[in-house]
Design a protein around this ligand. Structure first.
Ligand code: ATP
Length: 220
């Protein structure tokens, strides 16, 4: 569902951050994206999301040539992707529950059809007693969990998560990881960018995409 061929990226006139990156992400796959700080993990996720254009190379997303489609096409493809990024904000005029339910509401669904599922997911991420407060009063880790719940509620075809367990304690990190693996089992391709070796070790068999010196090394 994602294919990169010889992708290179530089910011402005700077040096190339990513060089000759080629890989595929298959349907219903699970992988970690790792590498030292500054290696380009967030940059690579942004290229997949089509919020950055590569300096060279080819990117295809869900079978479409991502570099030639128009803006409306990009919006359509993005709807199929769940995103857990640090700078994806919650809306402060809505409650936590309403934020998580929003992607379903904008799809025109009736609240009665999703209320139970949203509530269950919020309990699972440990926000059962925070549902009716605005995000402004949540802690950093609670906000991050609300963003995760909002990304997962639509069961996206592809989930991109950037350090999704960065702000939570190890036991909650394991719980969130379980949520990602359940989503994967139900059909989603999952890409998790992380530094957390202990977390990756819990998923010994998972594919690892390792960035270093601008290159990507793949361990299947
Ligand atoms: N908008 C930008 N303009 C210029 N340089 C940038 C920009 N965003 C990132 N960079 C640089 O690109 C490199 C890769 O950054 P990126 O955030 O992708 O790395 P990362 O692997 O996600 O790092 P971390 O693990 O610390 O989050 C870094 O050297 C960073 O300074």
């Amino acid at each position: 569902m994602v294919r990169f061929e010889n992708v290179g990226l530089r910011y402005g006139m700077g040096a190339e951050i990513l060089k000759d990156i080629s890989f595929t992400i298959e349907r219903q796959s699970f992988q970690f994206l790792t590498g030292p700080s500054g290696a380009g993990k967030t940059t690579l996720l942004r290229l997949i999301l089509l919020s950055l254009r590569p300096t060279r190379g080819l990117i295809s997303l869900f079978g479409h040539d991502a570099l030639t489609i128009d803006k409306a096409g990009v919006t359509d493809l993005r709807r199929r992707i769940g995103v857990v990024f640090q700078d994806f904000r919650l809306l402060d005029h809505l409650t936590t529950y309403e934020n998580v339910a929003l992607p379903l509401r904008v799809r025109g669904m009736d609240e009665a059809s999703y209320r139970g599922e949203v509530t269950e997911l919020l309990h699972w991420v440990g926000l059962g007693d925070r549902m009716n407060v605005p995000p402004a009063v949540l802690s950093g880790g609670e906000k991050q969990r609300a963003v995760i719940a909002r990304a997962l509620i639509v069961r996206p075809e592809l989930l991109l998560a950037d350090e999704p367990t960065g702000n939570v304690d190890p036991s909650l990190a394991r719980r969130l990881l379980r949520l990602f693996t359940e989503l994967h089992k139900s059909g989603t391709s999952v890409v998790i960018a992380t530094h957390d070796l202990a977390l990756m070790d819990q998923f010994d068999g998972a594919r690892r995409l390792v960035l270093g010196d601008g290159r990507l090394h793949i361990f299947d």
